[in-house]
Design a protein around this ligand. Structure first.
Ligand code: C5P
Length: 201
């Protein structure tokens, strides 16, 4: 039988790192669902209709090199507010979640909408300041020169849009366990997540 772990939370809270490590630890497949919205958003930058872009998404679109830049990031959050875009991406995510060997999906609405029956739901979060600092460092390592203030402002705009939208807003599922990584190192956050999952297995 499949075993699904849903990991949601705001931008740069550590979801991606925790999800990859958890998947490796349990030998599960991992899907970063933000990539679906990023790849859709990227296609709209040249004028492609967002719903068309989502419906025609191909596996190789998720491997494009430039999915993490600021323009694509904001475009992702804009297209993610469109119900038809979200709808077009549901089947792929649910099929992934049902993999026999177990799956970890991370995003914003995995525990609430995509996999409401997931065996484990974590909501990974951290303070705005800590998240912006982490994202700023990450961007610098990739060669982007945005200022810390711009990164913080972008993050807040995106979180506000993700939380306020009518379609699958960012929020913890009622049965999710919250993991606040503000005061944790990466290793501590990973260990805490594994412990929470072990307790529910
Ligand atoms: O997780 P990541 O920061 O890569 O996601 C990029 C954007 O995609 C988010 O700001 C959000 O608008 C959208 N997203 C979503 N639902 C998901 C995953 C991502 O709406 N499950």
């Amino acid at each position: 039988m499949g075993f699904t772990i849903a990991i949601d939370g705001p931008a740069a809270a550590g979801k991606g790192t925790v999800s990859r490590a958890v998947a490796a630890h349990f030998g599960f497949a991992h899907l970063d669902t933000g990539l679906l919205y990023r790849a859709t958003g990227r296609r709209t930058l040249d004028g492609t209709d967002p719903v068309e872009a989502a419906r025609n998404l191909q596996a190789h679109d998720l491997e494009a090199e430039d999915l993490r830049g600021p323009d694509v990031t904001q475009a992702a959050s804009r297209v993610a507010a469109i119900p038809e875009v979200r709808q077009a991406l549901v089947d792929f995510q649910r099929a992934f979640a049902r993999r026999a060997g177990g799956a970890v999906l991370d995003g914003r609405d995995i525990g609430t909408v995509i996999c409401p029956d997931a065996e484990v739901k974590l909501f990974v979060t951290a303070s705005d300041d800590i998240r912006a600092n982490r994202r700023w460092k990450e961007l610098r390592e990739k060669g982007f020169e945005d200022s810390y203030d711009d990164v913080l402002a972008d993050l807040r705009t995106r979180d506000a849009r993700d939380s306020a939208r009518a379609a699958a807003p960012l929020k913890p599922a009622d049965d999710a366990v919250t993991l606040d990584t503000s005061r944790m190192s990466i290793d501590e956050a990973i260990a805490a997540a594994i412990e929470m999952i072990e307790a529910r297995r």
